[in-house]
Design a protein around this ligand. Structure first.
Ligand code: PMP
Length: 304
C-alpha cells in the first residue's frame, strides 16, 4: 500500500478525553465510526444502521465490557458464562480474572444444563478451528455475545450480513493491526451500549485517539481497495488454500512442518489432509522465506 495509509499527528492534536462526535460512546472518533460503518456495508458482513458502536482497546476489553453490561446486578449468584468447546482460550481467564461477583465461567456450553440466566459467547468463525457457529444452549434466559473477529472475507465466505444484539469486531483480525489495540462492538440495545461505554470510562477513560484515527485511515484505504477495480482488493491477499497433488495419502500439514512451515490441516475445515490453510499476513521478508522453503519441499517431493 506504499504510503497510502500514512497519517501524521501534531503535538497539540487529540489532547482531550472527549471525541468530537455525537455518538453515545463519547470517546469514539467520528472518523472511525464513519469508516467502520462504511467497511461493514462494503463487505456486507454486518448490519450497522440500527446498532450503536462502542470502541474498545481491542475486542478483549469489549468482551469484558459486554460481560459487565449483560450481568444482572440484582442477583445473589454470579451469572454463568459459557462457550462451546473448543473455545477461544482467553474467555475463561477474562471472565474470572478479577473474581467479579457479577459473572462466573461455567465451561462448555454444550454441557450447560443449569436452569436460569446465562451468557453464551459465540465465536464465528471459531478460534481455534475456523468453524461457523450458532448458539448451542437451549435455554430461554440466555444473553448472547457474538464474537465475529474472523467474520471477514479472507477467513470465510460472507453469506449474509450478521444482525445480532451484540457483535464484536477487531482490527487485529480484520486487517492485522493487533498492536493498535482497536476493536468495536455493534450493540442494538441502547442501555447495554451505555453500560459498555461506562465500563470503558471506568477502566480506561476511553480509547487512544491516535490509534482510532490511524485505524480509521487504514480502514478507509481497505474499503477503497474493495470498491475500485483498478486497486488490489485487500481481502484477497491474506490466506492461501494449498493442495498437495502428489498422492492421495499425503499429510500436507506434516510434510510442511518438517520444512518449518506452520499451517492448518484441511481436516480441520472438513476437507482432507492433502489440503492446508496458510495465513499470509506477513511481511515480504517472511513471505520470501516461505517461498524458498516451499521450493525445497517441491524439490524433495519431486525426488520421491
Ligand atoms: N476474539 C477472538 C476470537 C480472538 O481470536 C481474539 C484475538 N486472538 C480476540 C477476540 C482479541 O482480539 P483483540 O486483539 O482485539 O483484543
Amino acid at each position: 500500500m506504499g504510503n497510502k495509509c500514512d497519517i501524521t499527528f501534531s503535538g497539540d492534536d487529540s489532547l482531550s478525553y472527549f471525541a468530537n462526535g455525537k455518538s453515545l460512546c463519547w470517546f469514539l472518533e467520528s472518523k472511525l465510526e464513519e469508516q467502520i460503518k462504511r467497511l461493514h456495508s462494503v463487505v456486507g458482513n454486518a448490519i450497522v444502521d440500527d446498532h450503536n458502536i462502542v470502541v474498545g482497546t481491542g475486542s478483549s476489553q469489549l468482551v469484558q465490557a459486554a460481560l459487565y453490561a449483560l450481568s444482572p446486578s440484582d442477583q445473589l449468584e454470579p451469572i454463568s458464562v459459557v462457550s462451546a468447546t473448543p473455545f477461544y482460550s482467553a474467555y475463561p481467564v477474562v471472565t474470572d480474572f478479577v473474581r467479579s461477583g457479577l459473572h462466573k465461567w461455567a465451561g462448555d456450553a454444550r454441557a450447560f444444563e443449569k436452569y436460569g440466566p446465562y451468557i453464551e459467547l459465540i465465536t464465528s468463525p471459531n478460534n481455534p478451528d475456523g468453524i461457523i457457529r450458532e448458539p448451542v444452549v437451549n435455554g430461554d434466559q440466555g444473553k448472547l455475545i457474538y464474537d465475529l473477529a474472523y467474520y471477514w472475507p479472507q477467513y470465510t465466505a460472507i453469506t449474509s450480513p450478521a444482525n445480532h444484539d451484540i457483535m464484536l469486531f477487531t482490527i487485529s483480525k480484520c486487517i492485522g493491526h493487533a498492536g493498535s489495540r482497536i476493536g468495536w462492538a455493534l450493540v442494538k440495545d441502547k442501555e447495554v451500549a451505555m453500560k459498555m461505554t461506562k465500563f470503558m470510562e471506568i477502566s480506561t477513560i476511553g480509547v487512544s485517539k491516535e490509534a482510532q484515527l490511524r485505524a480509521a485511515k487504514i480502514l478507509e484505504v481497505v474499503s477503497n481497495s474493495c470498491l475500485d477495480i483498478t486497486l488490489e482488493n485487500f481481502f484477497e491477499y491474506t490466506f492461501a488454500w494449498l493442495i498437495y497433488k502428489g498422492g492421495e495419502e499425503e499429510d500436507c500439514e506434516k510434510l510442511l512442518k518438517e520444512h518449518k512451515i506452520q499451517t492448518r490441516s484441511g481436516r480441520r475445515f472438513g476437507s482432507d489432509s492433502r489440503n492446508v490453510r496458510i495465513s499470509m499476513l506477513s511481511r515480504d521478508e517472511d513471505f520470501n522465506i516461505f517461498l524458498k522453503r516451499l521450493t525445497v519441499v517441491q524439490g524433495s517431493t519431486n525426488r520421491k
